[in-house]
Design a protein around this ligand. Structure first.
Ligand SMILES: Cc1cc2nc3c(=O)[nH]c(=O)nc-3n(C[C@H](O)[C@H](O)[C@H](O)COP(=O)(O)OP(=O)(O)OC[C@H]3O[C@@H](n4cnc5c(N)ncnc54)[C@H](O)[C@@H]3O)c2cc1C
Length: 391
């Protein structure tokens, strides 16, 4: 059951000018607020809802470091350190559990071997069929379809249900920080944020509204080709034998992340999945799962793109995903306890939207579905001035 939330005090707008006003209490806004506090700044966070309910609480909580490449790998590596520091300060669950990529064919294994060649045996630790079988809790006689796998130890896990709310609660206790809930931002200009309760003033303003950027800046969002990506998610009871706390990824995951798609065997992998898993490709599946501290397991996901997301969840998509998760776990079926839809900002023009809209006003949205991974790295780069505006 979803826990009841503590009632919040009535929203009171600060009268004085903050060093930084952050719009949006998702992980991107909160990571920036945490980074600002580290630097001794006075921060106000303005959030239209009464608690975080956006993409940041609907995801897997997987800080997917090793699967990134180039600039995103640098940001993700930096973010990892930021997450661990924030977890220590705010008391978050953030095990260094890594990610386990399950290979069920020699082609999948070849992709992992090639990534190990590139990154080294410490970053990509190949696993035998039995090691993968043990982690998944599969009995010895049910491992015939496993080829092996790889542990990516740099990946982190956090609990998405807990991380943003607890960071917000921790921030609210810090001197010089105000969080104003239930207050919609209607416009932004240099030095001032216009809200449904009146103006909030700040030296710098950072707009971290995720996929809702088009509500405030439609022209800029359209120019960057920002769409809403809709994902089907579910929570299941964990099979009793499941052992691993790593995020578990599969072949369809390997087709989505740059580190895998850049390997020589990636083309053969795509052809193989097209032959044997066309239905999964048809729903844009990234079949993966992560175990929460209470033992339940988050499973997903599918991807559908549109400017405005349709609200209806096709049961056939869920059935397909759950069947595939059950196969990976080696069980006949899984018991679903919750279903929901997640939405994030997406663009084929690039993984990030960073735009200076007016002096002292910046908008930042992750447009590639890896905001949990990049959040603290982006925040660090924002404050040290290395995060450049995107074209
Ligand atoms: C199902 C799913 C699974 C995912 N899995 C992962 C994963 O495992 N790893 C990973 O790295 N990433 C994952 N992602 C992506 C990641 O969740 C997002 O990239 C990230 O959460 C975006 O954070 P955000 O703060 O920009 O957006 P959000 O969390 O959506 O926060 C934006 C906030 O802005 C507020 N807001 C909007 N407009 C206004 C306004 N006008 N006034 C005031 N407040 C406003 C909203 O209410 C919201 O709270 C996943 C996403 C989904 C949906």
């Amino acid at each position: 059951m979803t826990p009841a939330t503590t009632p919040l005090p009535p929203a009171v707008l600060p009268r004085d000018r903050s060093d930084l006003v952050v719009v949006g209490a998702g992980i991107i806004g909160l990571a920036h607020a945490v980074e600002a506090v580290r630097r001794g700044l006075r921060v106000t966070v303005v959030e239209r809802d009464r608690r975080p309910v956006g993409a940041s609480v609907r995801n897997f909580g997987h800080c997917c470091v090793t699967a990134q490449r180039g600039e995103l790998l640098d940001l993700a590596t930096r973010s990892r350190a930021g997450w661990l520091d924030a977890a220590a300060r705010a008391g978050l669950w953030a095990p260094e559990a890594g990610a386990l990529v399950v290979a069920r064919s020699v082609t999948e294994l070849a992709v992992l071997e090639e990534l190990r060649e590139e990154r080294g045996a410490d970053a990509v630790r190949l696993r035998t069929r039995d090691e993968v079988g043990d982690a998944l809790g599969r009995p010895a006689h049910q491992r015939g379809d496993l080829a092996g796998g790889a542990l990516l130890p740099a990946d982190l896990r956090v609990d998405p249900r807990e991380a943003a709310p607890r960071l917000a609660a921790w921030l609210a206790e810090q001197p010089g920080v105000r969080i104003v809930w239930g207050t919609n931002v209607t416009g932004v200009e240099t030095g001032s944020v216009h809200t449904s309760r009146g103006p909030v003033r700040g030296e710098r303003i950072l707009l971290c509204v995720g996929h809702d950027l088009d509500r405030l800046y439609p022209v800029e969002a359209e120019a960057h080709g920002i769409e809403r990506c809709r994902l089907s998610m579910a929570r299941i009871e964990a099979p009793a034998a499941l052992r691993t706390d790593a995020a578990v990824l599969t072949a369809t995951s390997m087709l989505r992340y740059d580190a895998f798609t850049a390997t020589p065997s990636a083309t053969a992998l795509r052809a193989e999945v097209e032959r044997h898993g066309a239905e999964l490709l048809g729903i844009g599946a990234n079949v993966m799962f992560t175990r929460l501290p209470d033992g339940s397991v988050l499973v997903g996901d599918s991807h559908a793109y549109d400017l405005t997301e349709i609200p209806f969840q096709d049961e056939a998509v869920s059935v397909l995903l759950l069947r595939e998760v059950a196969r990976v776990l080696g069980v006949r079926e899984v018991r679903v306890t919750e279903r929901w839809q997640g939405v994030y900002a997406s663009s084929s023009r690039g993984p990030l939207f960073v735009r200076d809209l007016a002096p002292g006003v910046r908008a930042l949205s992750v447009t590639s579905g890896v905001g949990m991974t990049l959040s603290f790295g982006l925040a660090a780069a924002t404050f040290d001035g290395t995060l450049r505006a995107t074209a």
